[in-house]
Design a protein around this ligand. Structure first.
Ligand code: NAD
Length: 335
């Protein structure tokens, strides 16, 4: 259907890594974008280039509180996404997942707007089945240190489906797998940013366990293409739908690739595995491929090169300091 005027889109968490790329992309597509963020892990710097765009508005807002705005579509991305960040205040993380989702679904109900909920591969926990299909209900520890996020996101999915059943809300649930790219927070301990920053600053690359655990990494542009396509699907398409890159590799291999691409001579150091760290993680993207005609197109190396360039520039900015107590001191890196 052709729109008479561009959609007005709310992006919660729009000043974060994924959100800032999404805001830029939606603006390019002609939408008016309202970015709501409490800046807990995101920064104004991430959206600085967008502030002059006439279709862009930025508001400081915590989604645990109701938000009264007029929009047609809501991308609910607000939530700290790495263990280092979401474990700082697990109660706030859980509230953001649950009260935040409820507030956004309530807003969608009032406005008859569509909601895309950013869910996560963490809803599968430490999976018994590999690769993970949407039909798998998961193996999540409900009481561990990662539960505030994993169970919070599961609860947000439940809310989406109950709002749909009770109030007919148009929902789209995206189960996002590890995504990387420019504007990742250098301080949040995620494995790609950790390794790149360590390699560029000559610190040892920290590997947890022996590094044989596998992960699959999706480049940010690919992931957002999937999200935007999902939002544009007919109302009967609700998800949950996996979005991620099925190319699987060992964490150790990722480290050696980053050493090669940065030309770094940093050594590898091995530390004990964190609690509940999943051993394997790879999406089955058959459903996304059939429903959205989507699959990732960027190679890992091409994405890493762009990400390395970004961090190289960031670290070379005069006066720039990596936020204290994180990179190189991160308690663990993310799944
Ligand atoms: N990046 C990934 O690999 C990945 C994987 C799975 C799921 N996700 C999901 O995608 C979303 C975005 O992740 P990201 O990687 O961009 O993380 P991020 O930490 O860079 O961005 C999250 C943003 O949400 C904001 N925020 C946090 N709590 C808030 C609150 N209560 N109210 C308003 N704003 C709040 C933060 O300030 C930040 O700007 C998250 O919901 C995350 O769970 C990301």
């Amino acid at each position: 259907m052709h729109r008479l005027h561009p959609a007005r889109v709310l992006v919660t968490g729009g000043a974060g890594f994924l959100g800032s790329h999404l805001c830029a992309r939606l603006l390019e597509g002609g939408a008016d974008v309202l970015c709501a963020d409490n800046f807990s892990t995101g920064t104004r710097d991430n959206v600085l280039p967008l502030l002059d765009h006439r279709g862009f508005e930025l508001v400081r807002h915590d989604i645990c509180q109701p938000l009264h705005v007029e929009v047609d579509e809501i991308y609910n991305l607000a939530c700290p996404a790495s263990p280092v960040h979401y474990q700082v205040d697990p109660l706030q993380t859980f509230k953001t997942c649950v009260h935040g989702a409820q507030n956004m679904l309530g807003l969608a109900r009032r406005l008859k707007a569509k909601v895309l909920q950013a869910s996560t591969s963490e809803v599968y926990g430490d999976p018994d089945f590999h690769p993970q299909k949407e039909s798998y209900w998961g193996n999540v520890n409900p009481t561990g240190p990662r539960s505030c996020y994993d169970e919070g996101k599961r609860c947000a999915e439940t809310l989406c489906f109950d709002y749909r059943r009770m109030h007919g809300i148009r929902i789209k649930v995206a189960r996002i797998f590890n995504t990387f790219g420019p504007r990742m927070n250098p301080a949040d301990g995620r494995v790609v940013s950790n390794f790149i920053v360590q390699a560029l600053t000559g610190q040892p690359l920290t590997i947890y366990g022996e590094g044989h655990q596998t992960r699959s990494f999706c480049y940010v542009d690919d992931l957002l293409e999937g999200c935007v396509r999902l939002m544009a699907t007919p109302d009967e398409v609700t998800g949950p739908i996996n979005l991620g890159n099925p190319h699987e590799l060992q964490v150790r291999e990722l480290a050696t690739t980053i050493l090669r691409l940065t030309g770094s001579r940093s050594p590898l150091v091995f530390k004990p595995l964190p609690v509940d760290d999943p051993r394997r993680r790879r999406p089955d993207i058959t459903l996304a491929n059939e429903t959205l005609g989507w699959r990732p197109t960027a190679s890992l190396e091409a994405g890493l090169v762009k990400t390395i360039e970004y961090f190289d520039r960031l670290l070379g900015t005069p006066g720039y300091k990596i936020p204290a107590g994180v990179n190189g001191h991160a308690k663990q890196h993310v799944a």
